[in-house]
Ligand binder design. Structure first.
Ligand code: PHE
Ligand code: ZN
Length: 850
């Protein structure tokens, strides 16, 4: 379908569905090429809806029969659904359809993965299973029967009955179709138990393929901790007798919160010390929590329509971030979240794919599961909490759960509970949901007679497609430091509501040094031309851990930009600042590792573009290499000491303390490898007894263009473990130096283990390569062609995964005319593919025209 032929859906067109569904009964007779699905739906007219034609969504279904109140009917069928004449009052609709899960390569609807049946219905996949009003505001209790010879048959809710070759499930909680799930396979469970605060006993199962059951302990433990945390912090209890999680190898996203039956990409469930890194463990913990938290924020309270996606996603991300902070370290978690926000959301907000946290139109909703909806959506909630305070937030959330349990709600409903619970007017704050783009904050300040005055100015980049921007409410957390480093004003939240606004502080003995936007109190860009000395001062003294890190970050960015533009050598103030942080053994090793980490090459490219330069990816790569070498040379003794001291005593534990030590130790190893040609890293690799150390050593080697022997050894050791093999592909595609990157990645795509239809494997090669900035932007244009060819190939079998990865091209306007021309050619080639998907059509169209 061409993009122009595809229909644009508008928020302003929302109308409720003309009927409610009192009861859903589904029967599945499973067979790879001919699964029968019968449905019985009890419809009653919806008194709150305008009169309308009876329409049910349905795609790629063969209708066998349809009946109303037992009488056969002949509905009118199109590509997208059916219409039918129906009685005026309540009626029972029955249909039987046939589908072919084995032929479903898009991994949406009912599909097969390694002989197992599973489903993915969010956002609009249920319509590929049966005819149904596939929209989130139609909620109903489901009863499901599954007929199959496979040993494990699962669906949502509680088990109702079962026998040889069949099972019945009943989910008493009304839910939209996107939360439906079914799984059938030869699976084994790792089982646990949880007793809720009110004494209800819940069985917990993590279902995996035989052989994987010893890799579930961490996920199960994370689930138990998530359940407890949601009771303690949000007062939310689980509401069914069982909670099932299933791991599948072929999955388009991270995981899915289907009611009582979460389905996970196996990458975010399976872990052992030998096969998973510390970061993998942390991600598993976060995603298990995220999906579990959806039980209340998403399932019990769902979204009225897909424009409200951030209602469940922003809030659930915010909750999983709080949880991870509580489980680990708040400052470290905050820095990691901000790194991710800037790398993905700021990048998106600054380019042709920018959209509001609550979009107002879309062609394909799957294209809006974005960093803006998720991560900026979470930041907006963080700002709300900062503005109303912890108590106000708690009261608002209690009211939200009380008022909207069982509802399909909107952002208006969400903001209203905050207004009602706190008495605040949030009409200006609501602009955060409606205006795209990252606001820029700048300031001037002066000091006179003990009075310090600071004048802020906020500006929105005026992208041509979003001309009118109004001032937003920006909570600015500010602290003031004395020239000797003492804090004279503890963190204070200033509330900026005007385009320009001044704040004054009296009774100061000397001109203070401001620490602005502490804890990253708002998702804005702080334009601040501080001197290297000022930044070094904050790096040494700021009492806010986030801003202390931020000062080092800003310094390294300035240093890299000057190296690229003027070939300057690294600023000694910066190197000394790093040395001081490293020496401070009172600082968490994980935090020190983050201070040592350089901004990404993509960050530097954006920084250069912001300053009106055309970034050269190769020059940026070289500057980063030079800077790493200089840091290593300057800090050599200290790094060697850390490397020796930070060895973890005792057996491997994925807990934050040990993970932090490994993180700093491997950072030291990476830097030292710049000086010793990789000798220490090779020894580290040989001695590694866990994947964190093994991958860390291999990373250090690949980053200096070495590691051939280890790449071969890694393959021999892990060729039968699919998740570990993803790492093997990913590390090479992401880290091979630019002079060989295209060649190496081309060879990887020809490797017999490049099972490209598996989304994880595809992302490990094509996704990782598009993050290898200097390789991807090879001046020949070969990197663009490689990615474009594979996106086209993938688009034909799995549009969702292909379209998501097309964002590799979203920054094209930053680059020189040659590269712009090559990228446009690649995009146009994709756009001309016969049979182009709606997903890809929308993405390429927006990128090309934006
Ligand atoms: N709702 C899922 C989550 O955020 C993400 C998802 C979206 C998964 C669409 C599959 C398809 O937890
Ligand atoms: Zn989610």
């Amino acid at each position: 379908m061409s993009e122009s032929a595809a229909q644009t859906i508008l928020l302003s067109d929302y109308t409720p569905f003309g009927w409610r569904i009192e009861k859903v009964e589904l029967t599945f007779t499973l067979s790879p090429k001919a699964t029968r699905v019968t449905s019985r739906l009890r419809f009653v007219p919806n008194p709150d809806a305008p009169k309308q034609v009876f329409f049910l969504h349905g795609e790629q279904l063969s209708l066998i029969r349809a009946a109303i109140d037992g009488q056969t009917v002949s509905p009118e069928i199109t590509d997208t659904g059916l219409t039918c004449a129906v009685p005026d009052g309540p009626f029972t609709w029955e249909s039987e359809v046939e589908i072919a899960p084995a032929e479903n390569t898009a991994l949406e609807g009912l599909y097969m993965s390694n002989g197992m049946y599973c489903t993915q219905c969010e956002a609009e996949g249920f319509r590929k299973i049966t005819y149904y009003p596939d929209r989130p505001d139609v909620m109903a209790p489901f009863s499901v029967r599954v007929d199959s010879d496979l040993p494990v048959l699962l669906s949502n809710g509680n088990p109702a009955a079962n026998g040889a070759g069949w099972a019945e499930w009943h989910d008493p909680w009304p839910k939209p179709a996107y939360l439906f799930a079914l799984v059938a396979g030869d699976l084994v469970a790792k089982t646990g138990a949880f007793t809720t605060a009110s004494g209800k006993k819940v069985t917990l199962n993590i279902w995996v393929r035989p052989g994987d059951q010893d890799k579930c302990d961490y996920a199960l433990d994370a689930l138990e901790r998530s359940m407890k945390w949601d009771e303690d912090v949000y007062g939310r209890e689980y509401d069914l007798d069982v909670f099932n999680i299933v791991a599948v190898d072929d999955f388009n996203m991270g995981a899915m919160e289907n009611k009582g039956l979460n389905i996970f990409n196996s990458k975010y469930v399976l872990a052992s010390p030998e096969t998973a890194t510390d970061d993998d463990f942390a991600r598993i913990e976060a995603i298990i929590a995220h999906e579990y938290f959806h039980n209340w924020t998403g399932n019990r309270i769902t979204c009225r329509d897909w424009f409200q996606l951030c209602l469940k996603e922003g809030l659930t991300v915010f909750r999983d971030q709080q949880f991870s902070g509580d489980m680990r370290s708040h400052p470290v978690k905050r820095i990691e979240d901000v790194l991710m926000l800037r790398a993905r959301q700021f990048r998106e907000d600054n380019g042709p794919l920018a959209h509001p946290v609550r979009p107002e139109s879309y062609v394909e909703i799957n294209n809006f599961y974005t960093a803006t909806v998720y991560e900026k959506g979470a930041e907006v909630i963080g700002m709300l909490k900062r503005l109303v305070g912890d108590d106000g937030y708690a009261r608002a959330l209690d009211l939200y759960f009380q008022r909207h349990d069982g509802d399909a709600a909107t952002i208006e409903d969400w903001l209203k509970v905050f207004e009602d619970a706190t008495g605040r007017d949030l009409s200006q704050f609501k602009r955060w949901y409606a205006q795209p783009g990252t606001p820029r904050l700048s300031f001037t300040d002066n000091f006179n007679n003990g009075r310090y005055e600071i004048n802020f100015k906020q500006e929105n980049q005026n992208r041509k497609s979003f001309p009118t921007k109004q001032p937003q409410v920006i909570p600015i957390a500010l602290g003031l430091l004395n020239p000797n480093g003492d804090e004279v004003l503890p963190t204070t939240v200033l509330e900026m509501t005007e385009a320009t606004q001044s704040f004054a502080f009296d009774g100061l003995a000397a001109r203070p040094i401001p620490s602005i936007l502490r804890g990253f109190s708002a998702p804005v860009i702080l334009d601040h031309d501080a001197s290297a000395d000022q930044r070094a001062f904050l790096l040494a003294h700021d009492t806010d851990p986030f801003n202390r890190w931020e000062a080092g970050r800003a310094l390294s960015k300035d240093v890299l930009v000057r190296m690229v533009l003027r070939g300057e050598s690294p600023d000694p103030a910066y190197l000394e600042g790093l040395a001081e942080v490293l020496r401070d053994n009172a600082l968490d090793p994980a935090y020190r590792a983050l201070v040592l980490r350089l901004p990404s090459e993509d960050d530097i490219a954006q920084a250069l573009a912001d300053q009106g330069h055309v970034p050269d990816p190769l020059a940026i790569y070289r500057a980063a290499q030079t800077l790493r070498h200089a840091i290593a040379a300057h800090l050599k003794d200290r790094l060697e000491l850390l490397y020796a001291d930070l060895l973890c005593p005792g057996p491997y534990s994925p807990e934050a303390t040990d993970a932090g030590r490994r993180s700093l130790r491997l950072t030291a190893l990476g830097l030292l490898s710049r000086l010793d040609g990789g000798a220490r890293a090779a020894a580290h690799y040989a001695a590694a007894d866990n994947m964190t150390d093994q991958q860390g050593a291999l990373t250090a080697l690949l980053a200096i263009g070495a590691g051939d022997a280890q790449v071969a050894a890694f393959y021999d050791q892990w060729q039968d473990d699919r998740l570990v093999m993803d790492k093997w592909f990913m590390l090479q595609a992401g880290l091979t130096p630019p002079d060989r990157a295209v060649r190496t990645v081309t060879a990887l795509t020809q490797h017999p283990d490049f099972d490209w239809k598996n989304p994880n494997r595809f992302r490990s090669v094509i996704g990782a390569f598009s993050g290898n900035a200097a390789g991807f932007h090879d001046p020949s244009g070969a990197g663009y062609d490689l990615v474009a060819d594979w996106l086209m190939k993938m688009d034909a079998v799995n549009p969702q995964t292909a379209a998501r990865m097309s964002t590799a091209f979203e920054t094209w306007r930053r680059y020189d005319a040659d590269r712009q021309g090559q990228i446009c050619e690649a995009l146009d080639r994709i756009r001309a593919r016969p049979g182009l998907s709606r997903d890809m059509g929308e993405m390429v169209g927006r990128m090309r025209n934006g």
